[in-house]
Design a protein around this ligand. Structure first.
Ligand code: GLC
Length: 425
């Protein structure tokens, strides 16, 4: 290409980007903190490159532990101390009410971008009229299953949790007898952290046991269906799931799955693209469906997850940080992330994008699943959500590891939650 013409084209593209993201007065060096699973850290450089080129600013990702619970603990300390060296935080969908005071209100700057996102997701990041973070992707888990193994053993994807346990056991036993000594039936996230709250909410809700604390603030967890759900899950540990599942987070489950050592896995969509990667033992050998139900007639439940970007009130580089937040929540970055990381976009139009559908078929397939996903009770419990969730996952973890029965632990949990609630959430 003619060099002058190439330059002119680049200059036009840059001018267009500057019009959107604002011209820098001085080039800033930003710091973005984020937990990371899968290929998120590697992809970040590629993701932000167009923004860096257009604005002249640079951004460094400071990787945090994979566990959202660990991130939350650390971020809360930094924010409480008014840390000025972190400009942007990648925030979990459940954190908005608890961290709202520390972030810049993005309502005005995002007034044209926000209406292109699903309204419920924007709503989840709005606290007392303040838009505290911009959505970058949403999340709703899938039941991953091995098409090759189900077909070989004449099984179909399970509709109920009991069917899942039965099929998992059948294939596990048969395959082990043929020499696949390391194969397990079902892997999921059983560590004592926020991820277990997500898994257990799905069991409870799909058994008709409610959602721990209902949207009106009522504590509902101590009920028979919830007890039955936790008992079912306990019966998996050491039979279709390794004992070690009680220490698994997302990446440990994906590790077992992606080396070909599980029939079923519960995980978020990020595991889809990686599972089809060239280094994956299950490439082309799996499909996804919705999570099972307690009994026929019950509804499948997927916990609503997702991540956002928030600008710290204590950042000394707010203008550049806001520009980056707008870019990360915008269509170009969301599309790149969808294709490279199989993350679900929050921009409505991207569900009709042919490139995304071709690269990651789970994305259009998962639109209705996340639109019907069950929120964790972070809205009704306000600033107390983290404590509520920690009590819940502890009660579940105790049950799964044989410390007390489900009935005993849920009865105790009800007392603890009532105490945390006091006269009002
Ligand atoms: C996923 C979800 C997030 C959730 C976490 C639990 O990252 O997007 O919302 O809290 O998993 O481990």
């Amino acid at each position: 290409m003619n060099i002058m013409k190439g330059r002119a084209l680049r200059a036009t593209a840059t001018a267009a980007m500057l019009a959107v993201f604002g011209a820098p007065v001085v080039a800033e060096e930003l710091f973005y903190v984020s937990g990371a699973v899968g290929n998120a850290v590697e992809n970040f450089k590629t993701l932000v490159k167009p923004w860096e080129e257009a604005t002249g600013n640079t951004v460094t990702l400071v990787p945090m532990p994979a566990s959202t619970t660990d991130q939350f603990g650390q971020y809360r300390l930094w924010l409480a101390a008014g840390a000025t060296d972190i400009d942007l935080y990648q925030t979990d969908v459940i954190w908005a009410p608890q961290l709202a005071d520390h972030f810049v209100d993005l309502t005005e700057v995002a007034k044209d971008l926000a209406p292109t996102h699903f309204p419920s997701i924007i709503q989840s990041q709005t606290v007392n009229g303040k838009l505290v973070a911009l959505p970058i992707f949403t999340d709703a888990p899938a039941l991953y299953y091995r098409t090759d193994l189900l077909e070989k053993h004449g099984k179909t994807p399970p509709k109920t949790w009991a069917e899942l346990a039965e099929t998992a056991k059948f294939i596990q036993d048969a395959e082990r007898a043929e020499g696949a000594a390391d194969l397990w039936g079902f892997v999921w996230q059983g560590n004592a952290y926020e991820g277990l709250t997500c898994n257990a909410l799905e069991w409870v809700k799909s058994f008709g046991g409610g959602q721990i604390v209902e949207p009106d603030g009522t504590i509902s967890i101590n009920n028979e269906n919830a007890v039955a759900a936790l008992e079912a899950a306990k019966s998996w540990v050491g039979t279709i799931s390794p004992d070690g599942v009680l220490a698994y987070q997302e990446e440990e489950a994906r590790g077992v799955w992606q080396t070909g050592n599980a029939v079923f896995m519960r995980n978020w969509p990020y595991a889809y693209g990686l599972g089809n990667g060239d280094d994956s033992a299950v490439k082309g050998k799996f499909a996804v469906t919705t999570l099972p139900v307690g009994k026929e007639g019950d509804t499948s439940a997927a916990t609503l997850g997702g991540w956002n970007v928030a600008v710290s009130k204590y950042s000394t580089k707010q203008e550049a940080a806001i520009s980056l937040a707008m870019y990360l929540a915008g269509p170009e970055a969301q599309k790149q992330r969808a294709i490279a990381e199989s993350n679900l976009p929050t921009i409505i139009a991207l569900y009709d994008d042919a490139d995304i559908a071709a690269a990651q078929p789970i994305i259009p397939q998962w639109k209705d699943v996340f639109l019907n996903a069950v929120p964790r009770p972070s809205a009704p419990t306000l600033g107390k959500y983290n404590e509520v969730s920690a009590k819940f996952w502890s009660a579940v973890h105790n049950t799964l590891s044989g410390q007390g029965s489900a009935a005993e632990n849920l009865e105790l949990l009800e007392v603890e939650l009532t105490d945390i609630k006091g006269s009002a959430w």
